[in-house]
Design a protein around this ligand. Structure first.
Ligand code: CA
Length: 224
């Protein structure tokens, strides 16, 4: 997946570029609004609002006028107005500086999940993880050759956790991705769903609790 990074602050851009590349994204980096508008099409745009040659909001408006490319606005401004205006003129999400690379990745994934057509090319072939098969197109899960019946939210939670087996996912990231919520309150519903997945996939995968942080999905080794 190709990300167009529009950011004039070199240290910020460098760390983002490194982080995104490490997670498998291809990053094209430009430092001005003019360059952003001339850049080759990308799958997603990360757009800083404070650019040397243009107001990032104008760049956002212009990009949106040309295409449906998902846009995540990044800004040092803590002003709530920017956030509201950014979303009004077509940005899909917003992150405030300072942010961690993981937070940006989680937002990219959440945005892509919202905009991705259900029959995306990547979704045509079911993902296999040992005995577990996740068919993201049909939203069905099999262990060996037997389908495991799941509720829609159980499926979404499993689909999210299997995107990156072994990675620690925070409760906030999971709530945002699976329940479409910026969630900072109680997340009891998440624990209930995790418990259901543990029960249904006992011996195939485990979901480790990292106290006070989140969860980590671990695939059990295939005995065969
Ligand atoms: Ca800037």
């Amino acid at each position: 997946m190709r990300v167009l990074l529009v950011e004039d602050d070199e240290p910020v851009a460098e760390s983002l570029r490194r982080g995104l590349t490490r997670y498998g994204f291809e990053v094209a980096w430009v430092t001005t609004g003019a360059a952003a508008l001339k850049a080759a099409p990308a799958d997603l745009v990360l757009l800083d609002l404070g650019l040397p040659d243009a107001d990032g909001l104008d760049v956002c408006r212009e990009l949106r006028a040309r295409s449906e490319v998902p846009i995540i606005v990044i800004s040092a401004r803590s002003d709530e107005t920017d956030r509201v205006v950014g979303l009004e003129i077509g940005a899909d999400d917003y992150v405030s500086k300072p942010f961690g690379v993981r937070e940006v990745i989680a937002r990219i994934r959440a945005v892509m999940r919202r905009v991705k057509p259900p029959q995306g090319k990547a979704a045509l072939v079911p993902d296999r993880y040992g005995r577990l098969t996740v068919d993201r197109r049909a939203a069905r899960v099999h262990v060996d050759d037997e389908e495991v019946p799941l509720t829609p939210k159980e499926y979404e939670l499993l689909a999210f956790l299997t995107e990156e087996p072994g990675a620690l996912m925070t409760r906030e990231q999971i709530m945002e991705a699976v329940w479409d919520a910026n969630w900072f309150g109680p997340t009891k519903t998440l624990d209930v769903h995790v418990a259901a997945l543990r029960r249904k996939f006992a011996g195939v995968l485990s979901i480790e609790t990292v106290r006070g942080v989140g969860f980590r999905l671990v695939l059990e080794p295939d005995p065969s």
